[in-house]
Every structure is written in C-alpha cells, then in structure tokens.
Design a protein around this ligand. Structure first.
Ligand code: FMN
Length: 425
C-alpha cells in the first residue's frame, strides 16, 4: 500500500478560523460561463462536479467587480443586480455540498480589459493607475493587436479608485451573504491591483503611488475594509505575482508589500507569476523552461512547480504567512516534497483540475496508486504551426492554454466529459 503524503491530506486552520479539510486547492480558472453576468446553471453544474472531488477549497474563476470593465463578455459580475443573491447562493451550495470551502476570486482587469468586454462602450478607454499601455512585444502584428484590442488606458482619478475599493468590498459582502467561505483578491497576472503594485505600470505621485507603500494602498484598503465589514471566519486571500519583484530592489519592495498585507490581515498568499505580456503562469519563467535549462534539482517539486523558489524566499522572511503555490504541480510526489520542505502550506492546481474534477480522490489520495503512478500530467493545448512561428508565440500559446482548458470546464458544465490534450512527444 503506498504511503499517502500526510501533509497533503492534513487539515489546516486559516488565521480567520476557517478550516480546510486538506491542502489541495482548485486554482481560479475563468470559466466564461455567465449568462447576463450571473452564474449560469452550467457554471453551477461544473462546480457540482468538482464538489465531491476531495478538494480542500475550490477557488472560482475571476469574478469582476465592475460591469464596465470585464476580462471577457461571459464573466460573472458581482454587481449584476437584484437576482445575484439567489443565483450566488445556489452556486455556493453546489460547490460546498461535500465540505470544500468555496472561495470567490474577485478582480478588475484594468488595462487588460479587451475591447467589447464590458459595458463601457466600444470607444471608451480601459482604466489603469497610469497611462502605460500593454506591451505585447515588438513587430507590427503585436503592436496592431495591442492597439486594436486594448488601446492605451486612461489614468484613474482618486475618487474612482475609492469607488473600486468599495466594489471589491461589495463583492466580498455578496460572497459572504451567499454562503461562500471567502474571497481571493486577484493582484496577479497583470490585472488592475497588480498594475497598482508594480512601479512599471504605476507612475502616480498621489496617495496611490510614488512610494512602495503607496503603490500597495489600494490592496491594503480593500483588505482592511473587507475585514471590517465581513465577520470571521470569512477568509481573505491574495494572489500576487512573485516574478514582478526582481533583483535586490524588487525583493526589498516585496518585503515591504508583504509586511503591509500581513498586517492588514490576509489568510493566505497565493504565489503565481506572469501577465498577458509574458504568460509565466502557464509555462513558468522563460529561462526555466525545460528546453532552455535542464532541472537543476533531482527533487520532483523543484522540477515541476514554477514558483517554489519564490515561495522559499518569502517563507524565509515571513514564516507566519500561509503560502499557496500554484503552477506546474503534476504529481503527488512533487506536492509532498513542496509541503515537506516547508516551502508552502497549500498546493494550487489549475489545468489538471479542468480535465479531472475528482483529482484528489482519484489520484492524489488514492491509496491503490503507487507514487510513480500518482501523476497527472496534461499535454499542451494545440497551437497551429504557423502561429508558433510568430514572435508573439509565447503569448499565443498562453492564450491557447486558457482557451482549451476553459472549453473543458464548459463541457463539464454541459454534462460532457472533458477531453485531455495529448501529452507532447
Ligand atoms: C482556463 C484557465 C483560466 C484561468 N483563469 C484564471 C483566473 O481567472 N484567475 C487566476 O488567478 N488565474 C487563472 N488561471 C491561472 C491558473 O489559476 C493557474 O495559475 C495556472 O493554470 C497554472 O497552474 P497549473 O499549471 O496547475 O495549470 C487560469 C488558467 C486557465 C488554464
């Protein structure tokens, strides 16, 4: 009988008091399944399939806080109106029927809201801390795509930023009223909160920029306001890009930001990386890709997980922050390594969860599976050969991954079986 990693199966109590049955978290994956901005029956069906899978928590795909600025036209919006509470309550019930904690990821895309996504009108600009457009890479195709799809954002006024803070708080209140166990603020992957945190996209010189601490103000305000308005054990998690903090200066800025987030009262910090400009959340850092550099460590966690080194650095400075690492985990052994080494406390799983809803029960906790068999690799999403030759190929393949796995979630919602992409090679 194989030994099942005790830590993966161990329950954990978050600082707010919320208890998770185990350490496995279905990561946020935008489903693109809302109808009139509300969770559709098919979306609720998909979560009902994840519910008995054995997950400690299920994090929803990113839910928008402003109907004018969406990630895609099919996003759930937290401010969609009167019908929300009953719909959201059904969603929370379906998701949590077997004991997994349902956590709503709340987000604003800022400059990453494509044209046509949101009720701002075709000619209205996206919004951001500063007028810094996305950079999709060199060349006429990338430049034209960027101009047509995203344009150049306009700078938010201070009172608009205060309104955005209130929208995040309202989204958390709705989540709580519907019975969800918590929210996760999406401050990773280049979305609005990440745009505020980064000195590359936040050039402001007011209350929300100009110093490291002021760049974090919007996030700190949201955390504090939710903490004040929603009673414990409601959980507040935060997802950030570890890779946005590079070099010595970057590390010292990260330490300052994390000190502020810890003081404001987060339950756990999810470490990810990447943006539309460089989708590291899907492939890891470019220099770490297997074709570029063989894995240095023989340990499976080091070979698989994209952001474990960052987790170790954070852990060294912040021993008390609970860490969730997401990206690249593909075996029971790698999770066991990551948890046993103390690098993180929780394991996030994205794409494999979109093709195997019951992954914890069928593979990770399955005592009949030996360690060598307890893996769940998924192949890359297919990309046409011609597109692979473009200079934007990394961006295109990141988009293809999202699109492919989103389709599988949509199939699950329709009662169909998901289709795994074939393993490469
Ligand atoms: C279809 C799809 C949609 C995603 N949507 C989100 C999202 O809404 N919010 C988020 O933080 N990350 C999102 N991600 C990134 C995942 O949460 C995760 O970081 C990424 O898939 C890497 O984990 P994995 O290697 O286990 O797939 C998405 C990924 C996929 C495949």
């Amino acid at each position: 009988m194989p030994r099942i990693a005790p830590r993966v199966a161990e329950a954990i109590i978050l600082p707010s008091g919320l208890s998770l049955d185990n350490r496995l978290i279905k990561a946020a994956m935008a489903e693109g399944m809302a109808v009139n901005s509300q969770p559709s029956d098919e979306l609720i069906n998909a979560y009902a399939e994840w519910a008995p899978g054995g997950w400690g928590a299920l994090i929803t795909g990113n839910v928008m806080v402003d109907e004018r600025h969406l990630n895609s036209p099919d996003d759930v919006v937290a401010t969609a109106g009167d019908g929300s509470l009953s719909c959201w309550t059904r969603w929370a019930k379906a998701m949590q029927a077997n004991g997994a904690a349902g956590i709503v990821q709340i987000s604003h895309p800022g400059r990453q809201s494509p044209i046509g996504a949101g009720a701002r009108g075709l000619w209205a600009k996206t919004v951001a801390p500063s007028r810094v457009p996305l950079d999709l890479g060199p060349g006429i195709i990338a430049c034209t795509a960027r101009k047509l799809i995203f344009g150049t954002p306009r700078e938010l006024e201070e009172k608009e930023i205060e309104d955005i803070v209130e929208r995040f708080v309202s989204a958390a209140k709705l989540s709580h009223a519907a019975g969800f166990k918590g929210v996760e603020l999406h401050a990773a992957h280049g979305y609005l909160l990440a745009q505020f945190l980064s000195p590359k996209t936040n050039l402001r010189e007011d209350s929300y920029g100009g110093t490291v601490a002021k760049r974090a103000k919007i996030v700190v305000d949201i955390i504090k306001r939710i903490r004040a308005d929603v009673p414990k054990p409601f959980c507040i998690a935060l997802k950030i890009n570890s890779t946005d903090y590079q070099g010595e200066a970057g590390i010292s800025q990260m330490i300052e930001h994390l000190s502020l987030f810890e003081m404001a009262g987060i339950d756990f910090l999810e470490l990810s990386g990447g943006t539309y400009e460089d989708p590291q959340m899907m492939h890891g850092k470019k220099e770490d890709a297997p074709q570029d550099k063989p894995a240095l460590s023989a340990r499976s966690a080091a070979r698989e997980a994209f952001f474990l080194d960052a987790a170790r650095s954070v852990r060294a400075q912040f021993p008390n922050i609970l860490l969730l690492v997401t990206g690249g985990f593909r075996s029971r052994a790698s999770m066991e390594d990551a948890l046993a080494s103390g690098a993180c406390d929780l394991i996030g799983i994205g794409r494999p969860a979109a093709v195997t809803t019951t992954l914890p029960n069928t593979i990770i906790f399955n005592e009949n599976l030996e360690a060598a068999a307890a893996n769940f690799k998924v192949g890359p999403a297919p990309v046409p050969r011609l597109l692979k030759m473009l200079p934007m190929s990394r961006i295109i393949s990141g988009g293809a991954e999202s699109k492919y796995f989103r389709r599988q979630i949509q199939r699950i919602g329709k009662g169909l079986s998901p289709i795994e992409p074939p393993l490469a090679g």
